[in-house]
Design a protein around this ligand. Structure first.
Ligand code: NAD
Length: 320
């Protein structure tokens, strides 16, 4: 049985092992596959098992590659697979429902802490000789911010949002949450409020909802106007949650004091992305999911998904 990994590099750039998959069939791993049907179907050929992270598997590809029986997505989001077309053809699609909750929450809080202390800028100033030349024993080039008693508003209070709330609580922050659904157990971690209340009361706003038609552009000119002057916006969820031109304008005007982003509207981004010219904006290259511990967990779940499918009892299946 042939197993094709279409784009293995980001999951395993060399610090993990594909042995789990290799033990289940005849494995071929491609680092990357161009995102077009012809290239994808050529790579899949007559394989039964397809593993993909971000390479699209379309209905057209499935029409060409009639041997495919299983598509394992190496991620939580599975919008790159035409799941409806797979279902029509009796193909099982699985995902990794959770693997990086702690790591994503950690990066969201890291973006907040980075802003509060400007660690790299201060270190760069020290290495440039500014401390040695300073008449005092201490200096700072930016306002330093204590988080205790500041308000963090979390939009999307699921696994990652709640993990971020636990850390924020430990820092003494007051946590507000807005979610389309209220979880009784999560009430201990935050005060649920309306979106408008969250926007109006938060010093920091962190996005943890999925990208859906109802959440696309949730941060835009109108919602930013409802926020406090000097608010800080963190996005480790999905780039299109933010209207980037509107955020740029708000960073320029100072309405938004700082943005910490791990995701952009297109990835990899285009050089002309408006936020590359924004002031007070830090951008990390979609790294929240990627600590070794999280990727190792992801690999383990992905192998177990395939193993379960082969035993006739699929787990973590997704539907259209
Ligand atoms: P989750 O499903 O546990 O939580 C999402 C929450 O959003 C749920 O509570 C849901 O009710 C809520 N929600 C849905 N629609 C909403 C709406 N219209 N308004 C407000 N809330 C709404 O998911 P999770 O594991 O916490 O992951 C959250 C997001 O983090 C994912 O959707 C993904 O986009 C992102 N993520 C990013 C990375 C990264 O590397 N940067 C890694 C993993 C996940």
């Amino acid at each position: 049985m042939k197993i094709i990994v279409l784009d293995g590099y980001t999951e395993n750039p060399g610090d993990l092992s594909w042995e789990g998959f290799a033990s289940l069939g005849e494995l071929t791993v491609y680092d990357r596959t161009p995102h077009d049907d012809a290239a994808v179907s050529k790579r899949i050929g007559d394989a039964e098992i397809v593993i993909t992270n971000k390479t699209p598997v379309s209905a057209k590809t499935l029409d060409i590659c009639k041997s495919v029986k299983y598509i394992g997505v190496l991620a939580t989001g599975y919008n790159i697979v035409d799941v409806g077309a797979a279902k029509e053809r009796g193909i099982v699609v699985t995902n990794i429902p959770t693997y990086g909750t702690a790591a994503v929450a950690q990066l969201a809080i890291t973006h907040i802490l980075t802003y509060c202390h400007h660690v790299s800028e201060h270190s760069a100033a020290v290495f440039a000789g500014d401390w040695c030349a300073c008449p005092d024993y201490s200096f700072w080039n930016y306002p330093l911010i204590e988080l205790a008693d500041k308000t963090l508003g979390i939009i999307g209070f699921g696994r990652i949002g709640q993990a971020a709330a636990r850390i924020a609580g430990a820092l003494g922050m007051k946590v507000l949450a807005y979610d389309a659904y209220i979880s009784e157990s999560a009430k201990a971690l935050a005060e649920y409020v309306s979106l408008d209340e969250l926007l109006a009361q938060s010093d920091f706003i962190s996005l943890h909802c999925p990208l859906l038609p109802s959440t696309e552009g949730i941060i835009n000119k109108a919602s930013i106007e409802k926020m406090k002057q000097g608010v800080v916006i963190i996005n480790t969820s999905r780039g299109p949650l933010i209207n980037e031109q509107d955020l740029y304008d708000a960073l320029e005007s100072g309405k938004v004091a700082h943005a910490g982003l791990d995701v952009l509207s297109s990835e990899p981004p285009k050089p002309e992305n408006v936020l590359f010219n924004a002031k007070n904006c830090l951008i990390t290259p979609h790294i929240a999911w990627a600590p070794l511990e999280s990727r190792r967990r992801l690999m383990g779940v992905a192998v177990n998904n395939l193993e379960s499918f082969l035993k006739g009892a699929p787990v973590n299946t997704v539907d259209a």
